[in-house]
Design a protein around this ligand. Sequence first.
Ligand SMILES: [Zn+2]
Length: 235
Amino acid sequence: MRVMAIGAHPDDIEILAAGTLACYRLDGHAVAICVMTNGELGAESGDRAAVAELRRQEAQRSAEIIGATLYWLGEPDGFLFDTTPTRMALLAAVRDFAPDILLTHDPADYHPDHRTASLIALNVRQLASAELIETAEPVLNSAPPVLYMDPLALTGTAAETWVDISATIETKREMLRCHQSQNAWMRRMHELDYVDYVDKQAALRGLQCGVAFAEGFRDARVFPVTANTTALLPN
Ligand SMILES: [Zn+2]
């Protein structure tokens, strides 16, 4: 299978689905991480372009840990909108990778960019197989199913399915540690340790399904209906 995870910021996928992506890789599947914005607001001061470049490098190092393809769309952090150019940029990335399944943010997530990324991913998923939308990349044969990742802090919605990531939690931590700029910033802003925070979230999901660590997902329920979408997840 080919699995594509679409997140708003350079560390979202690591926080919410890196353990699952690492499981897919262990099973021999191809994985892509698509980051929609530059994440250039993720610092207290300094030049935004420099922050964006640092974050792109951190995301690249993280993706390399599991051999994932990184797509970097470069939209402005905090101001992600479903415009024609943005939709076309994601459409090109989705067609280029040709995923069998898409993972993205929950539409009820707390962050505006997360909610917008979720919306654009859902919209593009439908349009990627429309033959009259011309791109350099080939049209998809069918629209891939979509699974929503947990919202951050697990607020708002309940997972419908759980992936046991006990075997890949250390890989997830390693990927998170690549985002050094964010761990330092989170410590100052929220007095929280990045890895500890994510461990707690994964441990709670694990508690719910009887394993040490897990990540939660729910089906976006799109047309055409895909039977048992959650069976496309690892385990
Ligand atoms: Zn984010």
